[in-house]
Design a protein around this ligand. Structure first.
Ligand code: SAH
Length: 466
């Protein structure tokens, strides 16, 4: 770093600009934003500069520079658009003890002026040590676009409120208050009533944050849907936006976790079917501990939280601890899966009821009313059915189901790597094993993809058997 960036206090101090033409005018435009006392020295003065002088914004010495003109100046700019004159005045100013800048001459300058993004009191200085002025301009343009023009006003009003905000505990609560002010409450109040509305908005916001801080925590049980972030509900998004802690399942996709509030603590409570997992008691413990600590906990479950999610155990734990809770429904895997094959879960004259089954339960393979499911026209959505496919197939055939009953397995429904395996009850195994699915898969018993889809999407497996 050949140039060290600093912010120089210039209020009430002298800044001298030598030159009365274009280069001087450009510099002065920038310098007029400061609270320094400006002096312009030049034999010929452009009309803009004369006008600024008439308005009392700067002082003019209308002659060529002489020794002593830059005494007591904090900064000095040589801006004559004339190399010989700029060399001469730079020497004079340095002899007077000023820090000098020769406009557009990096080598001969003791300091350089950065590109500036001005949201006073927030000021961003961009410097490339002369290496890439184009880059500096690009960065400036990008920042100009990104930072609301309101930022300066918000910061100025916010600054006067800093002492009051100390009513909130240092750290996360105070940061959350300021983030809320700059991102949401501040701009909203400004839109409604201009800068004058900001102090009142800050008062109200502080009160709300103090109330939230002392309120007990709460738990939202949120359905994250099948994986596609666009299949989240607006309520789920809002909860993620407000969460202090997010405790999620293995099946919740990274794209969805991305949507959680930046400051939120994200905890993976991933459970692997049949495999090692965080014990349920431990998950309950986490929910309760964070809730009692005052956090807004989002318990994020794949699909819909009320479907094969052990939700009741978690609700019991929360309520026993005296925590408030809410359930935010999500799109369950069966809905996503059936949509991908262009079918509906129920249909007049085919099935007036549909079952959601689990392939296994805590004791192992799950038993169901197989005789009822085996009747013609029945439809079932089988969750966690991959490893229990042979068992389910055996039970249904034993209870008289038609071996030709269509069966469709949808892996990674709604995600970019979605796959569809189309088969029949008779062929479910070995087809399923042969397909070698590795992601979460939902088995739709009694449904085949609508013909057009079947041709386009399914794996090149067997024809529908028999
Ligand atoms: N609460 C979830 C289900 C949890 S049980 C829901 O409502 O969807 C986990 C099972 O859900 C997986 O074994 C699989 O059968 C199914 N599943 C979850 N996400 C899926 C997806 N994107 N595609 C296919 N099946 C999925």
């Amino acid at each position: 770093m050949k140039h060290f960036p600093i912010f120089l206090a210039v209020e009430g101090r002298r800044i001298v600009v030598s030159g009365g033409g274009e280069a001087a005018v450009a510099k002065l435009r920038l310098l007029l934003k400061t609270e320094a006392r400006l002096t312009v020295i030049a034999a010929e003065i452009a009309p803009e500069i004369t006008a600024w002088a008439a308005a009392g914004q700067l002082r003019i010495i209308e002659r060529a520079q002489e020794p002593g003109d830059a005494i007591c100046a904090a900064l000095f700019y040589a801006a004559n658009d004339n190399a010989a004159e700029d060399a001469r005045v730079t020497r004079l100013a340095q002899a007077d003890g000023a820090l000098t800048n020769w406009v557009d001459n990096l080598e001969a300058s003791q300091f350089i002026t950065p590109a500036i993004v001005d949201r006073d009191p927030v000021t961003i200085a961009i410097g490339t040590e002369g290496a890439a002025p184009v880059l500096a301009r690009r960065i400036k343009a990008e920042l100009e676009e990104r930072l609301s023009p309101l930022l300066g006003t918000l910061a100025r009003v916010g600054k006067a409120f800093r002492a009051r905000a100390e009513a909130l505990p240092f750290g996360r609560p105070r940061r959350a208050f300021w983030a809320d002010y700059y991102d949401r409450a501040g701009p909203a109040a400004f839109k409604g009533g201009g800068a004058g509305a900001l102090p009142e908005a800050l008062d109200a916001l502080l009160e709300a944050h103090i109330a939230a801080e002392t309120a007990p925590g709460k738990v939202d049980f949120v359905g994250a849907g099948p994986g596609d972030p666009e299949l989240l509900t607006l309520k789920a998004r809002k909860a993620l936006d407000a969460a202090d802690v997010v405790i999620h399942d293995r099946l919740v996709t990274p794209e969805i976790l991305e949507l959680a509030r930046r400051e939120a603590l994200i905890i993976d409570a991933g459970k692997e079917g049949f495999g090692p997992s965080m014990p349920q008691a431990e998950i309950n413990g986490l929910i309760v501990a964070h809730g009692l600590a005052g956090a807004h906990v989002v318990r994020l479950k794949s699909g819909d939280a009320t479907v094969f999610g052990r939700l009741d155990e978690e609700i019991d734990a929360a309520t026993e601890a005296g925590l408030d809770y809410a359930i935010i429904p999500g799109i369950t895997a069966a809905s996503a899966a059936v949509a991908t094959i262009g079918q509906s879960l129920t249909k007049r004259q085919r099935n007036g009821a549909v079952r959601f089954l689990t392939g296994h339960d805590m004791k192992g393979f799950a038993e169901h009313d197989w005789a009822a499911i085996a009747r013609p026209g029945e439809v079932a959505a089988i969750y966690m059915g991959k490893r229990t496919a042979r068992f389910i197939q055996g039970r249904l055939l034993m209870h008289g189901a038609d071996p030709a009953t269509p069966v469709t397995i949808i892996e990674n429904a709604s995600r970019p790597d979605q796959r569809i395996v189309e088969t029949s009850l008779a062929q479910l195994e070995p087809d399923l094993s042969q397909a070698g699915l590795t992601g979460p898969a939902l088995t739709l018993y009694g449904l085949a993809p609508r013909a057009a889809l079947a041709a386009a999407n399914h794996l090149p497996l067997k024809e529908i058997a028999q």
